[in-house]
Design a binder for this molecule. Structure first.
Ligand SMILES: NC(=O)c1ccc[n+]([C@@H]2O[C@H](COP(=O)([O-])OP(=O)(O)OC[C@H]3O[C@@H](n4cnc5c(N)ncnc54)[C@H](O)[C@@H]3O)[C@@H](O)[C@H]2O)c1
Length: 368
């Protein structure tokens, strides 16, 4: 198939490279000129295991190209994937401006195609986009919701061998086309879940909010462990051995950070608010004080320095020193090059507020 990926960030680049790997002709478009220039020269703007090789191979074999010009994709009309960012607005709702920009760009180019929204968008977005396109007289542009579940650090593996693929589509022909596109990723057992766009949109938020809940819950358990001389690692291992619970996302940590969890929690809460519903768990979660209370606990600094130094002692030490403190930032995911959005960076901001001078060090750590 001919595929155009709009937004060549983490999700777009990995998705584009993996679709090229299964034999599709993929054109990736981005508004960021320097990013596109780098990619055209086979240089990946971030570290992700296996991605550089995948991109280089598919460029060389003529299946993967990069451009800043949407009109260059006029011949790539089978499927458009929207992979642009959906950051938080000030009120917590997801900002869909980039998504609407993409829809406008596609509608200017063509009357008939499939547009797959891979960006994380709140439940009801597909329906709003449908209405928007119908108003423009573009009723033959078919919309699909196809949320992404890759994890930074294992993004290529997650995309080539996904746990599952969720497709929210209306109409048999569109659903069949999407199914055909993903079938090569499931050679052994197929785990493609076909559903309505609304269910697909909600599946993504329900999954992310649940994972964030598990992490925060384990952080609460770890507080009690420290007070009562219990070992949280022993507790989590024994808990995770129960197949009803499972071992993933039970690690106590510096808290929920990253580019997705905090914004998705806020966006989910804002949809509940819009509908006049009261989500008790999310409501508690989204209060900054709750996150701070649970996740900024003094003991998490011990994770940073590898021994039990509490934040207050660390601060007093920092304030006494005139020289900067060397500080190692453990990245928020193993095998990634990103420390931005990590809770460590927030701690760093806190230390700077207390006028502690910091020398930054970034570390790519295989923490698995
Ligand atoms: N990063 C993850 O781990 C992850 C995982 C699952 C889902 N998601 C979701 O996927 C979406 C994208 O996330 P990301 O991490 O890839 O974001 P990103 O910021 O890395 O990439 C977005 C890209 O879109 C480009 N862009 C913006 N507007 C554009 C336009 N009109 N035309 C062309 N390009 C445009 C930007 O320049 C940028 O390169 C978000 O909704 C995010 O929540 C992210």
């Amino acid at each position: 198939m001919n595929i155009t990926i709009i937004g060549t960030g983490y999700v777009g680049l990995v998705t584009g490279a993996c679709f090229a790997e299964t034999g599709n002709k993929v054109s990736c478009v981005d508004v960021d000129v320097s990013k596109v220039q780098k990619l055209q020269a086979s240089k990946i703007p971030f570290f992700e295991p296996g991605l550089a090789e995948l991109v280089a191979r598919n460029i060389e074999q003529g299946r993967l190209t990069f451009s800043t010009d949407m009109t260059s994709t006029k011949d790539h009309m089978d499927v458009y994937f929207v992979c642009v960012g959906t950051p938080s607005r000030a009120d917590g709702a997801a900002n869909l401006d980039y998504v609407y920009q993409c829809i406008d760009q596609i509608a200017d180019l063509t009357d008939e195609t499939i547009v797959v929204v891979k960006s994380t968008v709140p439940i009801g977005t597909n329906a709003k986009l449908r209405f928007y396109l119908d108003q423009k007289g573009k009723d033959k542009i078919h919309l699909v919701s196809n949320p992404e579940f890759l994890r930074e650090g294992t993004a290529v593996e997650d995309s080539l061998k996904p746990d599952r693929v969720v497709i929210g589509a209306r109409g048999d022909k569109v659903a069949e086309k999407m199914h055909a596109l993903y079938k090569p990723f499931f050679l052994r057992s197929e785990r493609i879940f076909m559903m309505s766009p609304e269910s697909a949109e909600l599946t993504k938020y329900a999954a992310n909010c649940y994972l964030a809940t598990r992490i925060t819950y384990m952080n609460e358990i770890s507080q009690l462990c420290e007070e009562m001389d219990a070992d949280v690692n022993q507790v989590r291992q024994a808990m995770g051995a129960d197949h009803r619970i499972g071992p993933q996302y039970l690690y106590p940590s510096v808290g929920i950070g990253g580019s997705c969890f905090p914004k998705d929690l806020r966006a989910m809460k804002s949809v509940y608010d819009e509908k006049g519903l009261r989500p008790e768990i999310l409501k508690k979660f989204c209060k900054p004080t709750t996150i701070k209370k649970i996740d900024s606990s003094k003991r998490y600094v011990s994770i940073l320095v590898g021994k039990a130094i509490c934040l207050e002692k660390f601060l007093r030490f920092g304030e006494r020193r005139s020289k900067p403190i060397p500080m190692i930032f453990v990245n928020r995911q193993p095998w990634t090059s990103f420390a931005n959005y990590s809770m460590h960076m927030q701690r760093c901001g806190y230390l700077i507020l207390r006028q502690v001078k910091i020398r930054k060090r970034y570390l790519v750590m295989p923490l698995k």
